[in-house]
Design a protein around this ligand. Structure first.
Ligand code: NAD
Length: 316
């Protein structure tokens, strides 16, 4: 990122004492991640109102006993913390900049916590716009998937002003454990690094199974052998059984993996910097998308390798 965020400005944008620690909380985006995260906040007794653009998502939240605002403006009213858990950059921009959004509706001192995975550069721009109006942004993307969202054990990578993070930490702790990683946009940078490392580890496992299968080594045997040495990984332990069983269910959807690799590759390209591993992995995941696999889990990259190398990784 060429733009260096002015953290001093962001810190001073918060008016001390202008809002209570972290509640009332507005939560926007009740998808597969957002709904269980919101439920954990409510279960901790925090004053919470939730909103989603989809009426079906709102109905699901009502069934779980959450206080739902059908309109965004109504959800934001009186909130001192606004949490967003939305698909991508344009959706977060819409909620922040839209006519009924945060900039139009929220008062000085409000802290926006964006837990979606979006562009680091767009995050810096939004942080600056919010700071101009004395609102703060904490970018706090998560790792751990739906299972950790449900159990409240997400790993949260938080960027922004340390003071703003301190104020919202009690609410973040109902969803997982937050690590402060630096000024605005840093949370998204760390998340992009996480996604690059995971995608390349999945690719490495697929490539090992491809080579082994061509030479007739049973994938189960290969996995056992690799788990005992330097090639061992979380992917080999937790995702490889699905690769071998031909279980393509998500998990973490290929469509999201593509979005996240694009974020990383675009951020690097903006710096005039090559990211050859992530760029290659992106091409392979795009091959999966072209074969209609967008809703499959990211371990289904094994199917791409089966196609391009004409081998069988999944054993009958
Ligand atoms: P999702 O598609 O299931 O949910 C997103 C929700 O946002 C939907 O209910 C949608 O209706 C709502 N929405 C979209 N635009 C809106 C708007 N303008 N106003 C209000 N609501 C709006 O997505 P998800 O899987 O919950 O992922 C959310 C974010 O978390 C993404 O950025 C994703 O990359 C990230 N993430 C997902 C996982 C995972 O395992 N699914 C893991 C880690 C991080």
């Amino acid at each position: 990122m060429t733009k260096t965020p002015d953290t001093t400005t962001h810190q001073s944008a918060l008016v001390p004492g202008s809002a209570p620690a972290c509640g009332p909380v507005a939560f926007v985006g009740l998808g597969v991640m957002g709904l269980p995260m919101a439920r954990n906040i409510a279960a901790a007794g925090i004053d919470l109102r939730v909103h989603d653009a989809s009426p079906q998502a709102c109905d699901r939240a009502r069934i779980h006993g959450l206080k739902v605002s059908g309109e965004l403006a109504q959800g934001l009213e009186g909130a001192s913390t606004v949490i967003t858990m939305l698909p991508d950059t344009p959706h977060v921009r819409q909620v922040v900049r839209g006519p009924d959004g945060v900039l139009a509706r929220c008062t000085q001192g409000t802290v926006v916590v964006d837990m979606s995975t979006i562009s680091p550069l767009a995050t810096q721009e939004l942080a600056a716009e919010l700071a101009d109006r004395q609102l703060a942004l904490v970018d706090a993307p998560v790792s751990g998937g739906v299972r950790a969202a449900v159990s409240g054990t997400l790993s949260i990578m938080a960027g922004g002003a340390a003071e703003a993070l301190a104020r919202v930490r009690p609410v973040l702790e109902t969803m997982g454990s937050a690590t402060y990683v630096g000024p605005a946009g840093s949370g998204q940078v760390v998340k992009a690094c996480n996604q690059v490392a995971v995608a390349l580890t999945i690719q490495a496992a697929c490539e090992a199974f491809t080579l082994g299968s061509r030479f007739g080594v049973q994938p189960q045997v290969l996995r056992e052998a690799l788990l005992g040495g330097a090639a061992s990984s979380w992917v080999l332990e937790h995702l490889a059984p699905q690769m071998i069983d031909g279980d393509d269910s998500a998990g973490f959807r290929i469509a999201l993996q593509v979005k996240d690799l694009r974020i990383a590759v675009d951020a690097a390209a903006g710096q005039g910097m090559p990211l050859p591993g992530a760029s290659g992995a992106l091409q392979l995941y795009l091959e999966a998308m072209a074969h209609g696999q967008q809703a499959d889990g990211n371990q289904a990259l094994a199917r791409v390798y089966e196609r391009i190398a004409d081998v069988r990784i999944a054993t009958p």
